[in-house]
Each structure stands twice: as C-alpha cells, then as structure tokens.
Design a protein around this ligand. Structure first.
Ligand code: CTP
Length: 398
C-alpha cells in the first residue's frame, strides 16, 4: 500500500478532502495531510488528524513532528509515493506552475519526486480563466497529473464545470499508480524535430511536436527508469525526473547519442531527424533576388542506422513515420537498421502523428512479433511500447 500525502488548499471542497482521507485509509494506504493556511478556514487539522491517524502538517516553521526527518518538507517529499492536492485552488495551481514555494505544501510539491495530481475545484468562470488554463497546461506538460473537475452545482450558486471530481475518482489515481518495473534500466530517448540552418534567421525542419518521445520519457521515468532525453526544439516541458539534453541540429543529436548510447540498456529513437542539411550555412542573412533560388542539400548521418551497427547489448527501438505502405516501409527500416523493434504509424491519419495527443502504432519486432495497438493517448501508447521492451529485456536476461 502507498504512502500518500493529501495536500489541502483553501476552497469549499476542502470538506471532501476529509472523505478522501477516510477512503484512502480504508483502502489500506498510509495518509499524511498538509494543509495551507486558507484550508484551515474550511476544515480543521483535527478532522484530518483523526481520519488519517497521523499528525497534520500546517506550518513550515513549527517544531519537528517527526524526529527522523531533518527538514520536514523534504522528509515528507521523500516519504510520499504520491501527492494528491485536494482541492487545488486557482491560487495554488498558479503558484506551482510558476515555481513559487512559500509554504509547507508548495515546498513539498516542489521537492517531491513522487507523482503529483491536482483535483481542481472552483467557480466555472475562474476555471475557464485563461491564466488558470495556462497554468494547468504548463503543469500538464511538466508531467503533473489532473483529476479534472466535472459539471455540477457550484458553491457560489451557479452551475458549470468546476465541481471537484468525486473522491472515488481521486482515490483511483493511487490505485492506478504504476509499479517501478523499469527500476534499474537506463533509457536514452530522442524526441522532437531537428533544425538545419540555412542562414542566421532560417532553417529547415519538420512538423514533429515531440509529444510521443516526451510521453515515452515521462512514463519510463514514472516506472522507475533512468531516462536521458535528447530533444530537438519543442514547446514541451521537460518530464519530471528526466535528464534533458537539448539539441538543435541532426549533427548535434548524433553527437549526444554517441556520447550516451554506451551506458544505455534501451535506446528509443522517436525523433524526426532531418535527413538532409543545407550544404553551406550562410554567415549572413541571404538576400532575395529577382530570380528563383536553389538550395543544395547534403545528407545527414542516419543516427539509428549507426546505432544498429554499433550496438552491443542495447535494445534498439526506432519509429517509422509513414504516409503510405506503412507496414512494408517499417519492416524495411527494422531490417536495414538492425533494430529490435520499430513502432510504425501513419502520420497522415486523423488520430496519429505530428502534434496529435493520440496515436495508433503497430510495433514490429525483429523476432517476428507484431503488436497492433488501438488508438490510444500518447502516454498510453508509450506504456504499451515500454511493456513490450520490458518483456524483451527479461527474455534477454534469462
Ligand atoms: N532516423 C535517424 N537519423 C536520421 C533519420 C532517421 O536516427 N537521419 C531515425 C528516426 O529517429 C526514426 C527512424 O530513423 O526512429 C525512421 O525515421 P524515418 O524518418 O521514418 O525514416 P528514414 O530512415 O529517414 O527514411 P525515409 O525518410 O526514407 O522514410
């Protein structure tokens, strides 16, 4: 059973935190509560202390409650397997999204490596406020989880989307926490597009958003793996617990991969690497002329093919972004680049490919296996790919 921190912030839904603490306790979890000052205007620490059977933490500067912890918020942050913020006010979301840590709960959220889930609850107009939505987006992209609010009657007398999810739904988050089955495995994952400079202001690139690679990195890290993410330019936040190596060009990505591949157990190349770069990069901005222009390109190294030639014990996983003859092209790449798996997707399909939040992937193995995944979120697709990799790794070890 898990060690769970329930962080309570100051909204009327705070009373439901008491119910959640009681439910989690009945499910056998060890629960400790942290309350903000505003939360204590709605329910008392005594309520949560009684229901959790543990001391309630309310103050950064109070004397130690647990003598084993040198610093309380760090002690709590380490202790937790999961942190649930119930309810999460607009104020608290804004605070975490902007890196502020000025009380016990926000410092603990900042310091923990455990998954953190927010259950927002507020007036529907507040919830729709662009700043609140932006903060939620930042948090989601940084790998924080959400149990989204639902439509319903709100405390202010109106109704709309802002009512906190049910305590059962929130408790479910803990029950679906993944075991650390990738602990001890080292992953190198590449993601995003590359940029190939033409001159100081222009470059060649592609539509890759990086979402699939980041989902793989995030989920692998959630499952306990050590993850190095080598990423071209994206708008995504670095997933929690992942070591990020930002690169721009295919050549830089190649050098970063060469520097890290030897220590890896698994290499996943989900980046959309430019196959060509301009033969010369103009030192100054190229001025237009009346006529047309021809850009001469030269080949970039095929990083994955190079890995296929140089790998020893590493499992090598490639991606094939195709617009036609998906299976045939993917199987060709699997064989040519000496891969263990290739994840093929049709990037022209409505639910797959660049920038989408869902994907439909077929995973082909060098061992002849084929796993056709349904349309899934990129995070779920990532988990299925990781399951297959783990299965193969276990076979290798046996
Ligand atoms: N890849 C790579 N280095 C390159 C090109 C591609 O490592 N210079 C990797 C990608 O990260 C991906 C796989 O090779 O894992 C397949 O990439 P894709 O663009 O689908 O295919 P290409 O091999 O470039 O072949 P083509 O463009 O002809 O389809």
């Amino acid at each position: 059973m898990a060690n769970i921190i329930v962080g309570v912030t100051g909204g009327i839904a705070a009373y439901k935190a008491a119910e959640l603490v009681s439910l989690l306790g009945k499910q056998g979890h060890d629960v400790r509560c942290i309350m903000t000052e505003a939360a204590q205007q709605f329910i008392t620490p005594l309520t949560l202390q009684t229901l959790s059977g543990n001391p309630v933490y309310t103050n950064m500067f109070q004397l130690q409650q647990n003598p084993e912890w040198k610093v309380e918020h760090i002690g709590l942050a380490h202790w937790a397997d999961c942190v649930l913020i119930v309810p999460a006010t607009a104020d608290f979301l804004g605070k975490v999204a902007n890196g502020l840590a000025d009380d016990l709960l926000s410092t603990c959220v900042m310091a923990t490596e455990a998954p953190v889930y927010f259950a927002p609850a507020m007036n529907d107009k507040m919830y729709q406020n662009p700043f609140v939505q932006r903060n939620i987006q930042i948090l989601r992209e940084s790998g924080y989880g959400f149990v989204d609010p639902v439509e319903g009657n709100l405390a202010c007398g109106t109704s709309g989307k802002g009512k906190m999810a049910s305590v059962e739904q929130i408790a479910d988050v803990v029950n679906t926490l993944r075991p650390q089955d990738l602990a001890g495995m080292r992953f190198v994952i590449t993601a995003g597009p590359t940029r190939e400079s033409i001159d100081p202001v222009r470059f060649l690139t592609n539509h890759s958003s990086g979402k699939m690679g980041y989902a793989l990195a995030r989920q692998a890290a959630y499952r306990g793996a050590d993850v190095v993410l080598i990423s071209g330019p994206t708008h995504l936040a670095v997933p929690f617990g992942v070591t990020m190596i930002p690169v721009t060009s295919a050549q830089q990505m190649f050098e970063a991969v060469q520097a890290h591949f030897q220590d890896a157990d698994v290499i996943i190349k989900s980046a959309a690497v430019a196959d060509y770069r301009p033969k010369t990069v103009a030192a100054q901005k190229i001025k237009k002329t009346d006529g047309d222009m021809v850009l001469e390109l030269e080949r970039n190294a095929d990083i994955l093919a190079w890995l296929g030639e140089h790998k020893t014990t590493q499992l090598l996983v490639g991606f094939a972004a195709e617009t036609n003859d998906v299976a045939e092209n993917a199987l060709g790449k699997l064989a040519r680049k000496h891969l263990d798996f290739i994840a093929a997707n049709d990037v022209s399909a409505a639910h797959s490919g660049f920038g989408k939040d869902t994907n439909q992937v077929t995973l082909y193995g060098a061992d002849g296996s084929t796993v056709a995944l349904p349309i899934l979120s990129k995070d779920e697709t990532a988990n299925r790919i990781l399951d297959k990799i783990l299965e193969k790794r276990k076979e290798q070890i046996i």
